[in-house]
Design a protein around this ligand. Structure first.
Ligand SMILES: [Zn+2]
Length: 247
């Protein structure tokens, strides 16, 4: 049973339930550059999930004009979000995921220098440190950076990945982008930065949402009477989702 403190959960960040058309922009496919796409569904009022016709990549368009600013939240609210974890009174609800991710990474490389890109509050990074990785994070948000460093004592750089000086930070055996890559406006450019900071036999770990699962989830919401995202019947993906053969 949840205690009062757990029920008082407060989410940090500046994400909104609804966005207007003036807060988003249409963008070309980040993989092949094409503008030829089908809109699959719309969530939070104006954010689109689209599929590129030539290369079939599913990506966000229209997307927020400045997606990184979602994480420019107030430090006090972020602290509220994680205060039970910082106090040792609760685990993160994502801890099982983090441990599974580290198990997977360690099955390829058991130890070494670990960089967590977009480490947020340091929830994955703290597990990496406990498991004897020489680990640090990079986090552009000043408030998230401060909390990860001051509350958890983690080594975190307050900048974007491309601002990390290889001469200062060295190269890494693992560079992890866990629930980060889908937020990157220019994914090919960030892969170049990853390559710059990776050892010759290093490993890039990327975890992104499962497109099939998310489309299936939207359909389930509709069946359960919860407000679904606006599904469009303009693509093979959306037809499969609406017609019920995505599982
Ligand atoms: Zn494409």
């Amino acid at each position: 049973m949840l205690d009062q403190e757990t029920r008082d959960y407060v989410g940090g960040g500046l994400q909104k339930d609804e966005y207007g058309a003036d807060e988003v922009i249409e963008v070309a496919c980040p993989l092949c550059g094409s503008n030829d796409k089908d809109l699959i569904y719309v969530e939070h009022g104006a954010i689109g999930i689209s599929q590129c016709r030539p290369c079939r990549l599913i990506y966000a368009s229209p997307r927020l004009k400045s997606p990184e600013q979602v994480y420019w939240g107030d430090a006090e609210r972020y602290f509220e979000e994680a205060r039970l974890i910082y106090a040792g009174k609760a685990a993160s609800h994502r801890d099982p995921n983090y441990l599974e991710e580290l198990d997977l990474i360690e099955s390829f490389k058991p130890t070494g220098r670990f960089l967590d890109v977009g480490c947020n509050l340091g929830m994955l990074l703290r597990h990496a440190v406990k498991r004897n990785w020489t680990a640090c994070g990079v986090e552009p948000s000043p408030s998230l950076f401060a909390l990860a460093r001051e509350r958890l004592g983690l080594s975190v750089h307050n900048c974007f990945l491309h601002e990390l000086d290889e001469g200062q930070v060295g190269k890494f055996d693992i560079i992890a982008l866990s629930d980060v890559f889908e937020h990157i406006c220019d994914p090919l450019a960030i892969l170049g930065e990853v390559k710059r900071l990776l050892t010759d036999d290093g490993i890039v770990y990327i975890k992104v949402p499962n497109g099939n699962w998310n489309l299936f989830k939207q359909r389930l919401y509709g069946l359960m009477g919860r407000r679904p995202a606006t599904l469009r019947r303009t693509s093979r993906w959306s037809r499969r989702c609406v017609d019920g053969d995505v599982a």
